[in-house]
Design a protein around this ligand. Structure first.
Ligand code: ZN
Length: 186
């Protein structure tokens, strides 16, 4: 049995269990009111939000890239996501809680790109001189920088709660860098 066969067998188990439990989600619009968060995290295999946050299926939209960074590409996807799912419109006005969570981690591979400023500048679409603001070698500063970028996106609903965390790969624990607060107060 090769690896893909293993995965296919696991999927059969998953499909059977989900069907038996009645927890399949065949229709996106029906599911939207149950989504509690958008999580922006790193592609690193050690930092899967579903695992380290114990996410239930359908609980969060997880967007992962190199470093879990808020790049122009990520923002473009966030905009497309809003149009596809109309996530913002699915959140009942006023009191209901919806989170946007920036999740970086220690020992991130992006720190190893510090010697390749031209690649990083392309990734963030900034000049090499502006790269320092992205703090690629300091996860806590990077979380703060990305939260600041998201706060400046006027298309996001102001009542969404934004927070930033750093996951420590050595301990398995999260460190809160930016406590949850509304994106904007007007
Ligand atoms: Zn990483």
């Amino acid at each position: 049995m090769n690896y893909i066969d293993t995965l296919l067998a696991r999927n059969e188990d998953f499909a059977r269990a989900q069907a038996a439990a009645g927890t399949l989600m065949p229709s996106l619009p029906e599911q939207l009111p149950h989504v509690k968060a958008v999580i922006i995290g790193c592609a690193d295999m050690r930092v899967d939000p579903a695992q380290l946050l114990g996410l239930e299926p359908g609980e969060a939209v997880v967007m992962r890239n190199i470093g879990g960074r808020v790049t122009p590409g990520l923002l473009q996807q966030l905009g497309l996501l809003g149009r596809i799912g109309e996530v913002a419109e699915a959140i009942p006005g006023g009191g209901s809680e919806f989170h946007i969570i920036v999740l970086h981690h220690t020992d991130c591979g992006i720190t190893r790109l510090a010697g390749n400023p031209e690649m990083l500048a392309g990734y963030f679409e900034v000049s090499e001189a502006e790269l320092a603001e992205k703090a690629v070698t300091d996860p806590e500063a990077a979380v703060a920088a990305d939260v600041a970028v998201l706060r400046a996106v006027t298309g996001l609903p102001p009542q969404w709660l934004i927070s930033g965390q750093v996951y420590d790969v050595a301990t398995g624990s999260l460190r809160v860098v930016v406590p949850a607060a509304p994106l904007r107060t007007s």
